[in-house]
Design a protein around this ligand. Structure first.
Ligand code: SAH
Length: 341
């Protein structure tokens, strides 16, 4: 069966090497050409015998995305519009920080099917899920453009990673592998809108990847309104599954809460958030809502965010206000709609 090489997990590449009758050390060679040296054709894999290269070329085509647009923000972050081999478009963001870290925000799908009312990505629907190698390509593109090593990866671009669970995990393993990208598991964060099965599976994974959950409301009726696709996965159940995560991993997760004026910003919402978080090993990230074209939903004033932070602090709930980068180039959370300029 013909399949793009980047649609395969590391184990599957190993199987391909076996079925081609090649010695097992070829697996690591091929993986390292693909994901460490980032070659764009089999011909560049000079230590792999020509016959094997020809065979792989036929069976497992090698594609690389092309950068069709790049925008640079005043704060130094850069947004890339990438076109995949079948024409699907995704966005990736490089976020440098003054302490020398370089974080890449990668997409897990082209578009998204979750349809959250405040997010630009969902408006256009889902095109398709990404293959493992397509996650990794995004990191290489940013790394090469910044001429600097990527230190952190957040799966917070387009798409819902747990709606593409297997490929997400296959990708994270390549990114984490000491002989490939070698980015520490704790420096890799996956953000989900709260798909319960995904969180349960994630709890069982041996690596110490970091988990973030987009909460945005601790009152069920409010969450149903703004995250309609999550109404079948209620907050009570989410809480149980997250308790299982903490018990299973001993690790803290974070909640993302974008404050939206007259939507999820009342005293009642705040008290609901406090009581929801009480007793959980969590960190709350309050996010200023980024403006999206044609959306009636508006951000809150800075004083409201400060008030929420103070109240959460008082209640003993770990919390920070996240600075939003790249909003001038529509690269901030929820603004990654793949429209061309
Ligand atoms: N689907 C995953 C991954 C996307 S992460 C998830 O929902 O977690 C992108 C983050 O930006 C999510 O927390 C998302 O809820 C948030 N977001 C979406 N639209 C936003 C907006 N307009 N302003 C601020 N944050 C937003």
């Amino acid at each position: 069966m013909i399949a793009p090489i980047k649609s395969l997990s590391m184990n599957e590449v190993e199987q391909c090497v076996k079925s081609a009758g090649l010695p097992s050390f070829r697996t690591q060679q091929i993986l390292s050409w693909l994901y460490q040296k980032n070659v764009s054709s089999y011909d560049q894999m000079t230590n792999v015998p020509k016959v094997a290269r020809e065979q792989f070329k036929e069976l497992y085509p090698l594609h690389t995305p092309s950068t069709v647009d790049k925008q640079v923000s005043v704060d130094g972050s850069r947004k890339y519009l990438l076109e995949l081999h079948d024409g699907a478009l995704i966005e990736t963001v490089g976020l440098p920080s003054s302490d020398g870290r370089l974080t890449v925000c990668i997409s897990s799908q082209s578009g998204c099917s979750m349809n959250c009312s405040f997010c630009a990505t969902g408006k256009a629907g889902l095109t398709r899920s990404l293959d493992p190698g397509e996650f990794v390509d995004q990191i290489h593109i940013v790394q090469e453009d910044f001429e600097n090593r990527v230190t952190n990866v957040v799966v917070m671009g387009q798409g819902e990673p747990f709606a593409n669970y297997d490929n997400t995990l296959s990708a994270l393993r390549i990114i984490n592998h000491p002989k490939l990208l070698n980015i520490g598991a704790r420096h890799i964060t996956v953000s989900t809108c709260g798909l319960l099965k995904g969180i349960e599976r994630f709890t069982q994974e041996p690596e110490q990847f970091t988990l973030a959950v987009s909460l945005h409301a601790a009152r069920q009726e409010v969450r149903d309104e703004i995250m309609p696709r999550m109404s079948s996965q209620p907050l009570e159940k989410l809480k149980e599954v997250l308790a299982g995560y903490t018990e299973g991993t001993g690790r803290r997760f974070s909640f993302e809460y974008a404050l939206m004026r007259d939507v999820n910003d009342t005293e009642k919402d705040l008290q609901a958030l406090i009581s929801y978080c009480r007793g959980m090993l969590c960190h709350v990230n309050l996010i200023p809502l980024n403006y999206i074209d044609d959306s009636p939903i508006k951000p809150v004033k800075r004083q409201v965010m400060d008030y929420w932070k103070a109240q959460l602090d008082n209640a003993g709930i770990a919390c920070s206000i996240r600075a939003s980068k790249g909003s001038d180039i529509a690269a901030a959370c929820g603004q990654l709609a793949y429209k061309r300029r």
